[in-house]
Design a protein around this ligand. Sequence first.
Ligand SMILES: [Cu+2]
Length: 191
Amino acid sequence: MSRAYLVLSLVSLVIAVAAVALVVGQTSSTTAQLDAISGQLNRLSGQLNEQAVTLDELTAKVGPKTQKFTIVLGEGKIVQEVNEEEELTGEFHRWEPPVLVVRKGDKVELTVKNPRSHAHSFVLADFGVDTGRIPGKEEQPDEAKRTVMVSFVADKAGVFQFRCGIPFDHEKDDCDADHAYMVGYLVVLEG
Ligand SMILES: [Cu+2]
């Protein structure tokens, strides 16, 4: 074995040992970093668990809400097939939306609109709500004056009917022939 070859082998050996030492060093420092991150994550997870609240606790904290709805006296059309042709055979009125859902204790703010030709009103007797007569557009062209806001607290649970409180009177342009069917429901959920 020549001297030069021996020196070269020794140099190679030194480089290899240094490289291994470097890798081992890096690996151990990476492991230490990962341990530190893992520790931090554990602490963070603990903190999150301490702050976590159940939905019930959250509801209790938030308390009753103010629920805002716009309700409109809408008009539906009945189209029937007559002699194989579609014909408009009737119209009817309905509250849109026909069902409102809130939780007991909520404050309910209702904007009631009457876009119809005749006068109507909104009555929710169980909560003492009555908009009074809201004129129709023939009588009152200003839409803002055919919009009434009412509010109440839904302090009891159950299903309550609301309806139009103006009886049909053709002479006065009050309501329409289907007055009895202008009903909807307020659902108040317990808690
Ligand atoms: Cu009516």
